[in-house]
Ligand binder design. Structure first.
Ligand code: AKG
Length: 367
């Protein structure tokens, strides 16, 4: 367990975090900005009332004392206040408070599968949110299948993202369609709408009817696949996360273009997901050599995305739905023959932060 210590020598006061044999100095600027004193932060919202960049560059500690489980500090700019050492320890890690992603492959032992009725209980909803944050997808059965039930389902997880396709969209085969998703062809693993800014965070696909023997759904975890690419070819992984790619969609009333790398890193350099849709992407003009390097890395990524070692394949029947993190888990489907019968799904997008917010709120009760 790390702990907070004070070391005072004449003319030099230090606050340290000791974790085993490692001591880390807590700088005066860092400590001062974390003050929860009502003169520094609003007591209700916890939001800061001052701009930390206005603190003096040479701010230093004049005095530090641990007393009655509180750290009492006075600073060279005249401010003095008490700090909770536990809060400082928590603040030393830039953690979201949500569980970490757990990459999975086709041999995933327990599928995160729930009944819609069970998700009305906050305790089970909390369990489902945890699964979703860890695995990036959920399967839900016995969902209501009225014409727009998908919106009710989506609202259980967050705020619906409306696009030019509407608040939800119909996925069935129609010859005049403006997207290959609306033809009976197989769709390889992809993320939806990489041409948008921001990209839709979460997708729900609910089956209303499938009378055909095909149209199986597939899911692949890009975190697991990219980990293999990174282990085999770190330079190729770096190219995929650095080189911007152009994604485009256009129809009569909409023209969307976005330029971003295929592999997305978060603010801390960790991979957070992908933007992957080979029917929509254009790589930039590069030298012959760089183009071949990029091509090799992208080819390997594409090969692994369809490798059965990574792919979950299952049939969605009426009333069953899958919900997945559209930046992390790729989805696809096998082809189907519309002459065999009707296949109809509804789709809808939800902001990516909804389930994470719900998880943190429910954690106050169930955590
Ligand atoms: O028809 C399906 O199962 C999936 C459709 C799809 O991939 C999409 O709408 O993006």
């Amino acid at each position: 367990m790390p702990e907070i210590l004070v070391q005072s020598e004449p003319g030099h006061t230090r606050v340290l975090m000791r974790d085993g044999a490692t001591d880390t100095d807590l700088p005066a600027l860092w400590l001062r900005a974390r003050s929860t004193d009502p003169s520094q932060r609003d007591a209700v919202t916890g939001q800061r009332l001052m701009n930390p960049h206005l603190l003096p560059d040479d701010l230093h500690l004049l005095e530090a004392r641990l007393e009655n489980a509180l750290l009492h500090l006075s600073f060279s700019d005249g401010f003095a206040g008490s700090f909770d050492p536990q809060e400082l320890l928590q603040g030393s890690v830039l953690h979201t408070g949500c569980p970490a992603a757990t990459p999975w492959q086709a041999d995933l032992q327990r599928k995160p599968q729930y009944r819609w009725a069970d998700l009305q209980s906050d305790a089970l909803h909390y369990a489902a949110l945890k699964d979703f944050i860890e695995l990036g997808f959920l399967l839900v059965n016995e969902t209501p299948t009225e014409a727009d039930s998908i919106l009710q389902i989506a609202q259980r997880f967050g705020f619906v993202r409306t696009t030019n396709f509407g608040s939800f969209f119909e996925v069935y085969s129609r010859p005049d369609s403006t997207d290959l998703a609306y033809r009976p062809v197989a769709l390889g693993p992809h993320t939806d709408n990489p041409y948008r800014t921001p990209v839709p965070g979460i997708q729900i696909l609910q089956c209303l009817q499938n009378e055909t023997s095909g149209g199986f759904s597939t899911l692949v975890d890009s975190l697991a696949v990219a980990a293999q690419v990174r282990a085999e070819d770190p330079d190729g992984f770096a190219l995929l996360s650095r080189i911007p790619v152009r994604f485009e969609y256009r129809d009569a009333s909409t023209h969307l273009v976005s330029v971003k790398p295929m592999i997305e890193l978060d603010g801390q350099g960790q991979m957070s997901g992908v933007h992957y849709s080979p029917r929509l992407d254009d790589i930039p003009l590069m030298s012959q050599q760089d183009t071949r390097r990029y091509h090799a890395a992208r080819k390997r990524l594409g090969q692994l995305f369809v490798d059965p070692q990574y792919e979950l394949r299952f049939r969605l029947n009426a009333g069953e739905m899958m919900m997945f993190d559209n930046n992390r888990v790729l989805h696809g489907r096998t082809s189907f023959d519309p002459a065999e019968g009707h296949r109809q799904l509804q789709g809808c997008y939800v902001d990516r932060d909804g389930p994470r917010s719900q998880y943190l709120v429910l954690q106050r009760t169930f955590g």
